[in-house]
Design a binder for this molecule. Structure first.
Ligand SMILES: *[C@@H]1O[C@H](CO)[C@@H](O)[C@H](O)[C@H]1NC(C)=O
Ligand SMILES: *[C@@H]1O[C@H](CO)[C@@H](O)[C@H](O)[C@H]1NC(C)=O
Ligand SMILES: *[C@@H]1O[C@H](CO)[C@@H](O)[C@H](O)[C@H]1NC(C)=O
Length: 296
């Protein structure tokens, strides 16, 4: 009887956990790496505010170029200058945080010129940042959880092949997560057909720097209409609201507006995964994630 009772209460608490973890509660994703004054990766993870950290950016790759990562003032990747991050990446992962390599970015020199090029880039990423092996892994031995596509320039083609080739490296016990940060105008010019493959786990849509689909002067209509389009159309596991953590930006949503007018609506979607913030530096200055965390 006692055992039965215990089993039942365990079942109930698992159910509650499943419900809160599943559809109701969201999490926060942060971009780290583009400002030397944003604190270390360790500190970012210790804050307890984030479930996903995207290391930004691998800004040069494809078209036969030797790929290069840029982490601003944090480190110089030449001759192994960023490998000290390995212990911080595994530290974050021990805290349950998933750490991705974000490829692309708002400026850079990247493209894909063919399916063969996509295959080569996938192989490079696997060997240098994921579960493969290479003599010169820029971030050392730590195995990242996946690849984030922040493609904003270069070729509009072949990104679906990169997603397909990367997903072939995914294994039962060591999944390669695929995430993406498209612009909110639908469909995304660069990532549209890649997203259609359904291979992406999380898609954090950039609802900023895009007036037709962002929060504008007190009006949430365009933002919410766009949100509904994305959540009803894109076959990803979860969709996130990609937002700015700094009031200096175009499309910034004040924390009280987000928690009172936006989140109550977006959270009704079973696709809702949480909020993505650009960037750790802005968040450190503004405290945005701390003020919205309980409502996400
Ligand atoms: C990050 O934190 C982990 C755990 O405390 C520690 O092992 C590692 O040395 C730290 N790395 C740095 C560079 O502070
Ligand atoms: C980008 O790389 C290509 C190929 O190496 C090179 O021809 C071009 O000058 C580069 N552009 C920039 C802006 O660095
Ligand atoms: C908000 O924006 C929508 C779409 O542009 C517009 O139709 C609506 O009138 C606006 N609402 C207010 C209160 O300004």
């Amino acid at each position: 009887m006692a055992i039965k009772h215990q089993a039942l209460s365990l079942l109930l608490s698992l159910l509650v956990l499943a419900l809160t973890e599943g559809s109701l509660a969201g999490v926060i994703t942060i971009y780290w790496g583009q400002n030397g004054y944003e604190g270390t990766l360790n500190e970012t993870c210790t804050s307890g505010n984030y479930a996903y950290v995207n290391l930004a950016f691998l800004y040069k790759f494809g078209g036969g170029q030797t790929p290069e990562i840029n982490l601003a003032g944090h480190c110089n990747p030449d001759s192994g200058g960023c490998t000290f991050l390995s212990s911080q990446i595994t530290y974050c992962q021990r805290l349950g945080i998933k750490v991705m390599l974000s490829i692309g970015g708002g400026s850079g020199n990247y493209t894909l010129t063919s399916t063969q090029d996509a295959k080569g880039v996938a192989e490079y990423l696997w060997n240098n940042y994921l579960g493969g092996e290479s003599m010169s892994r820029p971030l050392g031995d730590a195995v990242l959880n996946g690849i984030d596509f922040d493609i904003e320039l270069g070729s509009t083609e072949y990104w679906r092949y990169l997603a397909m080739y990367l997903s072939e490296y995914s294994m039962k016990r060591k999944k390669v997560y695929l995430t993406a940060a498209p612009q909110c105008p639908y469909p995304d010019k660069y990532l549209g057909s890649a997203l259609d493959t359904g291979l992406f786990d999380y898609v954090w849509v950039q609802f900023y720097n895009n007036p037709p689909c962002q929060y504008t002067s007190g009006n949430v209509t365009n933002l919410l209409n766009s949100w509904r389009k994305w959540t009803s159309t894109v076959p990803a596991r979860k969709i996130f609201l990609g937002l700015l953590a700094s009031s200096a930006g175009n499309g910034y949503i004040p924390a009280d507006v987000l928690t009172s007018e936006v989140l109550p609506v977006t959270k009704t979607s079973s696709k809702y995964g949480g909020v993505m913030l650009w960037s750790r530096y802005s968040d450190l200055q503004s405290g945005y994630s701390s003020s919205i965390k309980r409502s996400v």
